[in-house]
Design a protein. Structure first.
Length: 44
């Protein structure tokens, strides 16, 4: 699972569950990277 650091914007591939921290800048706020595939939903 890929995460993006909200401070430096770098992508982090894996994060240990015990320490949620960016390995580059040490910031603790990480966001899951969204997929580029759009989902179609029917409204019938």
């Amino acid at each position: 699972m890929a995460y993006v650091c909200m401070h430096c914007g770098r992508e982090v591939k894996t994060i240990e569950k015990s320490t949620v921290r960016c390995p580059y800048c040490g910031y603790r706020v990480m966001v899951k990277k969204r997929s580029s595939i759009a989902k179609e939903v029917s409204t019938d």
